[in-house]
Design a protein around this ligand. Sequence first.
Ligand code: HEC
Length: 146
Amino acid sequence: MSAPQKSKEGLSSLQIIFLVVAGFLLLVAIGVGFSKSTAPSEDSAADERIAPVASVATESAAAATANAGKRSGEELFNSACVACHGAGVMGAPKAHDKAAWSARLGGNLKALAASAVKGKNAMPPKGGVGDATEEELSKAIDFMMK
Ligand code: HEC
């Protein structure tokens, strides 16, 4: 009875080794599968799927950034300055009122732009447009002076 028992034990040892090896291979397979699912190729597939939305979002952000510093005088005026300079509220020199503008700093555009950057009394610095450049402000003032 000892011989069959031995062979049975031997078989079960082989089975254990087989199971350990199989289990190890399974873990490796799962590991490979998992790393594949998070591999860059899968990510780029996801990038492709969200590409239309992502590019729209990026484009509009780029447009906003591209616009900053490149607004025309009229654009900046219409987006901000018009609130006060349109009707001349709080003593703001009215847009297109040449006399009112030439009375300010002798109508010197450079000096007026510098003043607009700093702000004056009820006039907020940069007319409240934080990202406006002095050049843009200058164009907006030029637009209001005419
Ligand atoms: C919240 C209202 C308001 C907004 C918005 C505004 N202004 Fe004014 N601005 C004023 C007022 C009020 C004055 C007159 C200030 C004073 O002389 O006491 C003024 C004066 C000025 C002056 C003359 C400054 C001086 O030294 O005499 C310039 C130049 C000017 N604004 C440019 C701009 C520009 C450019 C914008 C838009 C980017 C703008 N302002 C937006 C209210 C505003």
